[in-house]
Design a protein around this ligand. Structure first.
Ligand code: NDP
Length: 306
């Protein structure tokens, strides 16, 4: 058996196209342009690349998009003042602060100031609490796990009753992923650094989400035959086979060996990564619709609609 490769890049492109159509409808029928503001402090090159691709996606989705690029030495007070002004700006429905922030700025102070209904990253304690309390329909949900859920639903359909294993318990990926799988009625196990006998937990799981940050840690022969494997990890490793000093990206799962047993598996790169930005656009559209009292869209259903 060779598992079907889940093409996150193509699915994300499809989702962005659907969001662009929905945004156009919102503009035409409600004179409402979804607006997103991205705040970046400092010159970190990787962060700059992420911010640029977020801006590009926002334009592609017909959104109003602004970028506040602040110098490294910007004071915490100035960043907080900017957040306040974006909170009060009716043309902005989503605020995203690119992390990490410089050391002299208290990250949680900044993130907690964002109005929960504009918190398109889903990191505000109110959104975290709503998701944990099973009130997903009122929350804005973190983009990476929301994207993983859509990928799993797309290939498996209804997830009810499936055994899901989430490896990793970070606030950004692991914990919200577990809450989302629970909301989809899976039986969920969360593994972490202190978990004993991880291979046997993996062997039992219909769905494995790996979000650890250790290259190819999950071995192929741990995977249950017919499982769905979602690999969140992004790890750069040496690739001497490509030439001296060359590197390549791999996930937390040994892809080739796992694909021998899985029914569905995401590649790295090209799996979960592209979905994260698409879900950021989805959250911004949701925030804009909610600001006008409109119902949420079901993005998994939108994708199924061809
Ligand atoms: P964190 O470092 O915050 O969390 C890693 C988690 O893995 C921790 O909960 C840790 O456990 C657990 N862990 C570490 N070692 C083991 C082990 N041997 N067995 C089981 N669990 C272990 O990482 P993130 O959640 O932020 O990110 C995880 C990966 O996903 C990274 O590679 C990151 O680059 C990638 N990522 C990809 C995104 C995308 O868009 N594709 C977005 C976000 C992240 P403990 O809590 O006990 O320390």
């Amino acid at each position: 058996m060779t598992g079907e490769r889940i093409d996150g890049k193509a699915i994300a492109a499809d989702l962005r196209a659907k969001i662009a159509i929905e945004a156009k409808t919102l503009i035409q029928e409600h004179s409402l342009i979804p607006g997103i503001a991205v705040v970046i402090v400092g010159e970190d090159p990787a962060s700059k690349v992420y911010v640029a691709s977020k801006g590009k996606s926002a334009k592609e989705c017909n959104f109003h998009s602004i970028e506040h690029s602040l110098p490294e030495e910007t004071s915490e007070a100035d960043v907080l003042a900017l957040i306040e002004s974006l909170n009060n700006d009716d043309s902005i429905h989503g605020i995203l602060v690119q992390l990490p922030l410089p050391r002299h700025i208290d990250e949680s102070k900044v993130l907690n100031l964002i109005r929960p209904e504009k918190d398109v990253d889903g990191f505000h304690p109110i959104n975290v609490g709503l998701l944990a309390a099973g009130e997903r329909d009122k929350a804005l949900v973190p983009c990476t796990p929301a994207g993983c859920l859509i990928l799993a639903q797309r290939v498996l359909g209804d997830l009810r009753g499936k055994r899901a294993l989430v490896i990793g318990r970070s606030n950004i990926v692991g914990k919200p992923m577990a809450a989302l799988l629970l909301s989809a009625h899976c039986t969920v196990t969360i593994a972490h650094r202190h978990t004993q006998d991880l291979p046997s937990l993996v062997k039992d799981a219909d769905i494995v989400v790996a979000a650890v940050g250790i290259p190819q840690m999950v071995q192929g022969d741990w995977i249950k035959k017919g499982a769905c494997v979602i690999d969140v990890g992004i790890n750069r490793i040496d690739a001497p086979e490509r030439g001296e000093g060359k590197t390549r990206l791999v996930g937390d799962v040994d892809y080739d060996a796992a694909a021998e047993r899985a029914a569905f598996i995401t590649p790295v790169p090209g799996g979960v990564g592209p979905m994260t930005i698409a879900l950021l656009m989805a959250n911004t559209l949701t925030a804009a619709r909610r600001s006008a009292g409109l119902d949420d869209l079901d993005f998994a259903a939108l994708l199924a609609d061809v």
